[in-house]
Design a protein around this ligand. Structure first.
Ligand code: ATP
Length: 579
């Protein structure tokens, strides 16, 4: 019997249906026992040539069989309901935890591995709690009780059965650790394969362009072979386990039959007692045989349990202890006050004493060469991380004082990696505001410069965009994401390289239109091309994690420095560095 604390915790979320499933399983077991007793009486009557009461006895057997069929059906339905409850609650918990962990933790894990845990691992937990656990409880309770009954009829038979039961129940436990290890190795191989496959599918265009499809296929074949080896290794241990149980069951039954025959021959037991002994000896092992069958169904759950526990208990990068509701009536002012931050494992700070104010209701651009700290700054504003020192405030209140959910609702973000779902354009837009009217959708799309292109599609706003917006161009995807952020109507808007996939003229136009559309909001813009941000009310120039300068386009240009050299280069900062 393998019990895992994580699986028991999951089972507690559906105590009632699981309790009912176990009670019904106990009732099914009782019908087996009742049938065994009735058959023993029938056989004994036949042996004595007493056929008078056979008809009612056989009818009683039939009734028991019918009752068992009904109970068995109810038991399976209840178990399925219990399993579904556990599955749904566990997935909810894990998804909520993933949401709470934020992008830093999610990018640390491999998407395919997380998917395997969330989908296949949770399915395994369902089988474990709904089928294996009730059977394990019955197995722990029924054979000892039957042993007592057998001992009352023939103590020697009880002794033979007890030895076989101990061997059947505890013998395989020697292999438990090895089995758990093999199960873990199998699950790790499975996760790695799932992650590699997902990555290969998602990156197929890049792999094809780089001529690397063959190499990746070889790697996947190696992964498949590793999974096959892990499966066989696991099966070997599991077969020894099952073999030992079978041996004990067969041996125990044979020994009990021998003892029953000998005690009948010596006259120690009467005919009814002998038949009862034979029937009960077989019933003693029924729960063990059933448990062995259910074990294979629930084994996946045991293998995935460690991964599920790790996901469920993963610590988020920031704690959500804030209580203030980030619901600002007017666009708020954003301030960075002497903010220091070093990424875990990095040897130099990404932000080294950053201080500036993004005035309320205005557009502030953040520019600087690659690695200057722009994305880090935005991640601190969104509380994906907390500063090591210093404070980030919105409307005069530290970001940590706001509840995370409300803070993130109050800030709309468009980044290069904004995700579009396999749904229609309208559905993708309404993710930001489910109750938005068609008019509001159109207004947001117009501001993001995509309305005309949408209406040019044969199905307009009902066009399916494909997974990750596959049927759209890079620029269209970004503008759609932009429209979605505008629709969110949050008082703070962050554009993080949001228009980099749009052509140069398009970018400058969109940023101009956005600035107009976001009037009344506090807008922070990190743009690829300086042309796009020259009209911003304020520009913060970051370099090496410090604020190098602060001002407007003409002032910064006149002052020289990093900004002037970036403009003079006339190219994106990243290219400068790469050159
Ligand atoms: N997860 C991370 N772990 C360690 N170091 C990091 C991490 N993310 C960023 N850094 C480092 O922090 C510094 C600032 O990076 P950041 O991404 O904020 O710069 P950026 O100005 O946004 O650059 P870019 O314009 O190229 O996107 C860089 O030195 C970078 O190498």
């Amino acid at each position: 019997m393998m019990l895992h604390p994580e699986l028991l915790r999951a089972a507690r979320t559906a105590r009632r249906p699981l309790g009912l499933a176990t009670v019904l399983l106990a009732a099914v077991t009782l019908t087996h026992l009742a049938q065994a007793v009735l058959l023993a009486v029938v056989l004994s009557r036949i042996a004595h040539g007493d056929t008078a009461a056979l008809a009612p006895l056989l009818l009683a057997v039939l009734a028991v069989v019918l009752i068992r069929a009904a109970l068995g059906r109810a038991q399976r339905l209840t178990a399925v309901t219990a399993g579904a409850t556990v599955r749904i609650r566990l997935r909810d918990t894990l998804l909520a935890r993933l949401g709470g962990l934020g992008p830093t933790a999610i990018t640390g894990a491999r998407a395919g591995a997380v998917r395997a845990t969330l989908v296949d691992g949770v399915e395994g937990v369902d089988a474990y709690v709904s089928r294996y656990l009730p059977q394990a409880l019955i197995t722990a309770a029924v054979p000892p009780l039957l042993l007592v009954a057998v001992a009352l009829i023939e103590p020697y038979a009880a002794l033979a059965l007890a030895l076989a039961l101990v061997l059947a129940l505890f013998g395989p436990r020697w292999w438990d650790r090895l089995l758990a290890r093999r199960g873990k190795e199998h699950w790790d191989s499975y996760e790695a394969l799932a992650a590699d496959y997902l990555e290969a599918l998602q990156g197929m265009a890049t792999l094809r362009a780089a001529g690397a499809v063959g190499r990746v296929r070889e790697r996947l074949e190696k992964r498949s072979a590793a999974l096959h080896r892990a499966t066989v290794a696991k099966l070997r241990v599991s077969l020894v386990d099952t073999g030992l149980t079978d041996l004990a069951v067969q041996g125990g039954t044979a020994a009990a039959v021998l003892v029953a025959c000998s005690s009948a021959a010596t006259g120690r037991t009467a005919a009814t007692g002998t038949y009862l002994l034979l029937m009960l000896a077989s019933e003693c092992f029924r729960p063990i045989r059933d448990l062995s069958r259910e074990w294979h169904a629930g084994y996946l759950g045991v293998s995935a349990a460690d991964g599920i526990a790790a996901l469920r208990t993963a610590e988020p990068a920031v704690t959500d202890r804030g209580t203030v509701d980030a619901r600002w009536d007017t666009a708020p002012e954003i301030r960075f006050l002497n903010v220091h931050f070093t990424h875990p494992g990095a040897d130099r700070p990404a932000l080294d004493g950053v201080t500036f104010t993004a005035p309320a209701g205005r557009t502030t651009a953040i520019v600087g060469p690659s690695g200057a700290g722009k994305s880090t700054l935005l991640s601190l504003l969104l509380r994906q991380r907390d500063p090591d020192r210093g404070r980030v405030t919105i409307a005069g209140t530290a970001t940590a004082a706001y509840s995370l959910a409300s803070l993130r609702r109050g800030i709309a973000v468009v980044s290069q990696e904004t995700y579009l779902f396999h749904a229609t354009i309208a559905e993708n837009l309404r993710i930001a505001r489910p109750a938005a009217t068609d008019g509001q959708l159109r207004a947001a799309a117009r501001s993001a410069g995509i309305h005309q292109e949408i209406t040019a599609f044969p199905q307009g706003y009902d066009t399916l965009v494909g997974e990750r917006g596959a049927t759209l161009s890079g620029g269209q995807r970004q503008r759609l994401a932009l429209a979605r952020a505008l629709l969110a109507d949050a008082p703070v808007l962050i554009l993080d390289e949001a228009t980099s996939a749009v052509d140069e003229r398009g970018e400058a136009r969109i940023v101009r239109e956005l600035v107009a559309a976001s009037r009344g909001r506090t807008c922070l813009v990190v743009a690829h091309r300086l042309d796009a941000v020259r009209h911003a009310d304020h520009i913060v120039v970051l370099d090496g994690g410090r604020v190098e300068a602060f001002g407007d386009h003409s002032g910064l240009l006149a002052a020289g420095g990093v900004y002037a050299s970036l403009v003079a280069a006339g190219r994106p900062a990243q290219e400068d560095h790469a050159a």
